[in-house]
Design a protein around this ligand. Structure first.
Ligand code: 13P
Length: 248
């Protein structure tokens, strides 16, 4: 069965609640399609107004992060039940910015992935190498390590529904998109790695996105690659351009 594309926006720390409502109203008609899943991952405080604004459209609202404990003394964190209570179905886990600025590790990523599945939330599991790692030729080894740890104790049935976002760190917010061949090479290696951990059917089912300076002019070529099932879009997701990316 062909995999349905999934185009997700990662708003990062942008958009106040009122700006969020305005942006969704602008984008709603531009991203209307049944051909791909369209997800806006927004700051926690924007989730409820974004849900309201997106009602009746094909836009699904996701979160940018989540904690791996159920509840308790974790000041400032958002629990999985808080997300499911308002209908969130997707959560970005382990974005490179969270790893770099908020000390997330492969191990905490794994805990969050397991917790998301436990609550029926689909994790968008991020991986990606630095420029130094690419230049030293260790990209594939590094990504395989990230994936193997992120998916520890995740069942095949869960993994089949997961989304992986391959985001080379050197391509994020730099305007320097990976070439479609570079992106395809790593996405295909990720699929092979999932095949090794689980089986062929799981590898075929899991959806793998590319992220890193995706824009209206690079989306079509990237998403045409056999192992690239859509994109995780930062800067361009905050503009009408996102409509062009969705309708690549
Ligand atoms: P940009 O599209 O702004 O490069 O960001 C990519 C990203 O980090 C999405 O998660």
């Amino acid at each position: 069965m062909a995999r349905k594309k999934i185009i997700a926006g990662n708003w990062k720390m942008n958009m106040t609640p009122s700006e969020a409502v305005e942006l969704i109203n602008t984008l709603k008609p531009l991203v209307a399609t049944e051909k791909a899943d369209v997800v806006f991952c927004v700051p926690a405080i924007d989730i409820i107004p974004a849900m309201e604004a997106a009602k009746g459209s094909n836009i699904q609202i996701g979160a940018e992060n989540m904690y791996f404990e159920e509840k308790g003394a974790y000041t400032g964190e958002i629990s999985p039940a808080m997300l499911t209570d308002v209908g969130v179905k997707y959560v970005i886990i382990g974005h490179s910015e969270r790893r770099e600025y908020f000390a997330e590790t492969d191990e905490t990523v794994n805990k969050k992935v397991l917790k998301a599945f436990e609550h029926g939330i689909t994790p968008i599991v991020c991986c990606g190498e630095t420029l130094t790692q690419r230049e030293q030729g260790v990209t594939i080894d590094f990504i395989r390590q990230q994936i193997k740890i992120a998916f520890l104790n995740v069942t095949a049935d869960q993994a089949k529904t997961a989304v992986i976002a391959y985001e080379p760190i050197w391509a994020i917010g730099t305007g320097k998109t990976a070439t479609s061949d570079q992106a395809q090479e790593v996405c295909s290696a990720i699929r092979a790695c999932i095949g090794e951990i689980y089986d062929e059917a799981t590898a075929e089912a899991i959806r793998i996105q590319y992220g890193g300076s995706v824009n209206a002019s690079t989306a079509a070529e990237l998403f045409a690659k056999p192992d690239i099932d859509g994109g995780l879009v930062g800067g361009a997701a905050l503009k009408p351009d996102f409509g062009k990316i969705v309708n690549y």
